[in-house]
Write a protein that binds this ligand. Structure first.
Ligand SMILES: *Cc1c(COP(=O)(O)O)cnc(C)c1O
Length: 409
């Protein structure tokens, strides 16, 4: 299994859509073949179309607020006393997280295909919220499929979706959570694909959705590359790019421009959700030895029991609480280009506490997992090592849980 140079990672799959011969693919029912094929052909055309790229860049800049800033965390650097700590503040993006890049591109694709309706699934509700924002911006009618159980526990996000004019479709089948919402959303898409486009919220799902999402978030690393050259005159000799990994869209977006570099120069570190210290449950398939399985139309490492049933996950961070992970991260793990580890709930909370004590930065619980790893390794590293953390989400959305666990927000 080998990475190729000069080809975006999202395009390094075989004819059947597998990365490294075994991750990804497109496990879909016969009835979905045609809409998936249409979308695949259309996306291939659009990504090579100058006008479409111009439009995308216009909205990245004028709607999302790209580029987001790249800053040195000087107080935290001095406190830890080792490597330099920098942050790419992606939480400055409209909506407070990177998910808006993917949602915006899907809305533009939907319009380019002449469709008026857009559907998506959501677990914790952020993907749905971002899609409803983009739909509103581009005048599309939006339906969000969401497990009935998730609707109950994610009220603020549901309120936001409704405010943006989206219809939430409650899903009562199965476990009444994300897994069932995905199936229901796909079923709906099959019957309505003539006027409806479907969005998947991370670099997961059938091959084409991994590609569209990765192509959208890759903007983050293009910005970072320019910013690094501006700040250091060249790409520095020792860089570590640290990103939390749920589905893996922010990590791919943060890394994509740097995958061809030697890992001695640019190390890629993915941090999964290790769950509560005392629990056996977690959402860390890559770093805690999960086996290959098939979920949501793709083959990937997947938290499962001995019979291959999807296992329950647990994490303080809703955004990382997903039993599987992107096939492209499975590929990066097996080729050893990226290193994956996990941070527990407690380590992430502690990192949140330290970062907010020293810096005017308010990372949500997802990037707090990445900060936990930075805090762990920085003191042992020299000051010419540059650690860059993707601060991909804003903690306002986590304020209740932070208040509950730390006593203040
Ligand atoms: C959704 C989300 C994640 C996890 O998704 P990825 O696809 O792994 O990026 C991480 N951070 C934030 C802030 C999120 O909203």
């Amino acid at each position: 299994m080998k990475l190729k140079k000069n080809i975006p990672l999202i395009d390094q799959h075989d004819r059947l859509g597998f990365w490294g011969g075994k991750f990804g693919g497109s496990f879909i029912p016969e009835t979905l073949k045609k809409p998936v094929e249409d979308l695949t052909n259309k996306f291939q055309k659009l990504r090579n179309n100058k006008n479409f790229i111009k439009k995308r860049d216009f909205y990245f800049k004028n709607y999302i607020g790209s580029p987001t800033s790249f800053i040195k965390l000087e107080n935290l650097t001095n406190h830890l006393g080792g490597a330099q700590i920098w942050a790419k503040v992606v939480s400055e993006a409209n909506g407070g997280a990177h998910k808006i890049y993917n949602a915006t591109v899907h809305a533009l694709i939907c319009k380019a295909m002449g469709k008026k309706y857009i559907v998506g699934d959501t677990g914790a509700g952020y993907a749905g919220k971002m899609l409803s924002m983009a739909a509103k911006k581009f005048g599309l009618k939006c339906k969000i499929f969401m497990g009935a159980k998730d609707i109950k526990r994610q009220k603020p996000n549901c309120d936001a979706m409704k405010k943006n004019g989206a219809e939430i479709v409650p899903v009562y089948s199965g476990s009444q959570t994300l897994v069932d919402a995905v199936s229901e959303c796909m079923r709906y898409w099959v019957s309505n694909c003539d006027n409806t486009h479907m969005c998947v919220g991370s670099t997961v799902g059938p091959n084409i959705f991994v590609k569209i999402c990765g192509w959208s978030t890759a903007q983050i690393s293009r910005e970072l590359k320019t910013q690094l050259k501006k700040e250091f005159k060249t790409i520095p000799k020792k860089v570590k790019l640290i990103n939390c990994v749920g589905g893996g869209s922010s990590a791919y977006g943060f890394w994509s421009e740097f995958i061809d570099y030697n890992k001695k120069q640019i190390e890629l570190i993915g941090v999964e959700a290790g769950g509560p210290q005392k629990s056996k449950l977690h959402a860390a398939p890559l770093s805690r030895g999960a086996k290959l399985g098939i979920l949501h139309g793709a083959a990937a490492y997947c938290c499962q029991d001995n019979e291959g049933q999807i296992k329950e996950t647990e994490s303080i961070s809703a955004g990382l609480d997903y039993p599987s992970v992107s096939p492209i991260h499975c590929f990066l793990k097996d080729t050893k280009r990226a290193r994956y580890t996990f941070a527990t709930d407690e380590a992430a909370l502690n990192a949140y506490k330290i970062v907010t004590k020293f810096e005017k930065l308010n990372p949500s619980l997802e990037p707090s997992h990445a900060f936990a790893e930075a805090i762990r390794i920085a003191p042992k590293l020299s000051k010419n090592t540059i650690l860059i953390i993707n601060s991909c989400g804003d903690a306002r959305k986590d304020k209740d849980i932070i208040k509950e666990r730390l006593g203040k927000y």
